[in-house]
Design a protein around this ligand. Structure first.
Ligand code: GDP
Length: 190
């Protein structure tokens, strides 16, 4: 069974995207991080997996934040063989501000750390740059994000990895196309 896995910080629009992709609403109860299990939906011979949101959340302790991160890391390592692509969802409108806040504290921003981890595990990651509807200077913001993730701008050189989308408006075509080509690649490789 092949899997498409969605990861992302809390509040980036991951549940909205999961619904746009699968037609299934993520059960509300698990969203505040009360439960820590991945949520999966099977479509044909593919399983879409929504991982719990990581990072800071109101009402979530530091210990619980660490638990979520550990769970995600372990899940991805255990399932690496069957994951066709890991989609890292980010809020493109606040990515830079949040990254800079972490860096000013001398820490590696959690989203950069996660992206590097997905690359190291060779999970053919896709960056879903969500909430693009909120950004006026899109090209520039996407260039900055690409650069922060180790992809030399312009971001368009990386269109096979970066998908600017608006999950809320249902404008997710670039991501659908990348997922489709990852599936084709996986089915044509031995
Ligand atoms: P999650 O915590 O990552 O699962 O995030 P949600 O899917 O619950 O979304 C968090 C907030 O972002 C909600 O208020 C959504 O309506 C909003 N949101 C999600 N996608 C988009 C988008 O593409 N554009 C805008 N402007 N808001 C979005």
């Amino acid at each position: 069974m092949c899997e498409i896995v969605l990861v992302g910080r809390s509040n980036v629009g991951k549940s909205t995207l999961f619904r746009a992709l699968t037609g299934e609403r993520v059960p509300i109860g698990r969203r505040p991080g009360v439960t820590f299990r991945p949520y999966s939906v099977r479509i044909g011979n593919l399983t879409y997996v929504d991982m719990p949101g990581y990072g800071f959340m109101k009402y979530r302790s530091w210990r619980d934040q660490e638990r979520v991160k550990d769970l995600i890391v372990r899940y991805l390592e255990d399932h690496a063989d069957r994951i066709i692509t890991a989609v890292q969802v980010t809020d493109a409108a606040s990515f830079l501000e949040i990254a800079e806040r972490w860096e000013s504290r001398g820490e590696v921003p959690v989203e950069i750390e996660m992206w590097e981890f997905l690359c190291d595990l060779k999970l053919n990651p896709i960056l879903a740059a969500n909430k693009i509807d909120r950004i006026a200077n899109r090209e520039q913001v996407l260039d900055w994000i690409a650069e922060r993730l180790g992809m030399e701008p312009p971001w368009r050189r990386w269109e096979d990895r970066i998908a600017p989308i608006s999950a809320k408006r249902g404008e997710i075509e670039p991501l659908r196309n990348l997922i489709k080509s990852r599936i084709e690649m996986a089915s044509s490789s031995p």
